[in-house]
Design a protein around this ligand. Structure first.
Ligand SMILES: Cc1cc2nc3c(=O)[nH]c(=O)nc-3n(C[C@H](O)[C@H](O)[C@H](O)COP(=O)(O)OP(=O)(O)OC[C@H]3O[C@@H](n4cnc5c(N)ncnc54)[C@H](O)[C@@H]3O)c2cc1C
Length: 157
């Protein structure tokens, strides 16, 4: 079987859904991992993926996955690139699947309803925007942990 080309993938997707432009590849080349950011500051150019694709439907995603399977290409899903652990780090030869055009909310499950959007926001988001409430909360968390440690420290080796 002859491996399909990127242009054959483009022909199965909506117009403009595949880009090999350097600016587009650069935009999805990293997330907010501090090491990435420090690298940029020190003038290091990040590794760029071969191309970026923007699926709009499940059918588009199926076409992309079929292309990846046929060509042995690794896919890197990309949301907002706001992760801080370097997960979204494509390398040359890989294809970034940027999911921003699939922005419809289909359902909100019970877990999300219960958490009401609260994750580790007190420390990260609150800290980043210098929210006084978040800083006070985190001080209380650390002070509380220190106080509890006073009672349990004798069990430590
Ligand atoms: C200032 C700041 C504050 C933050 N505050 C919080 C906070 O309060 N709470 C919190 O939880 N996090 C916080 N974060 C972390 C970050 O926002 C989360 O990790 C966020 O959920 C990442 O989502 P993303 O769509 O940007 O993922 P990306 O960074 O694009 O991707 C993260 C990883 O998931 C993979 N991925 C992305 N989309 C998909 C998909 N559809 N299917 C499969 N894999 C996928 C990627 O390949 C990558 O490995 C904060 C980050 C910053 C910079």
């Amino acid at each position: 079987m002859v491996a399909p080309s990127l242009s054959s993938l483009a022909s199965r997707l909506p117009h403009g859904a595949v880009s090999m432009l350097e600016a587009d590849r650069l935009a999805v080349s990293m997330d907010l991992w501090p090491r990435h950011i420090l690298g940029l500051w020190s003038g290091k150019t990040p590794a760029l993926p071969t191309a970026v694709v923007w699926p709009e439907s499940t059918r588009d995603v199926q076409a992309i996955v079929a292309y990846a399977h046929a060509t042995g290409t690794a896919l890197v899903p990309y949301g907002a690139g706001s992760s801080v652990v370097g997960g979204a780090s494509p390398t040359p030869g890989q294809l970034v699947v940027d999911l921003k055009r699939m922005a419809r909310v289909l359902s909100i499950d019970d877990g999300a309803r219960m958490a009401r959007g609260c994750t580790s926001g007190q420390a990260l988001s609150g800290g980043a925007v210098l929210s006084a409430g978040s800083w006070a909360f985190m001080m209380c968390v650390f002070a509380g942990a220190y106080a509890v440690a006073y009672f349990v420290r004798k069990f430590w080796n």
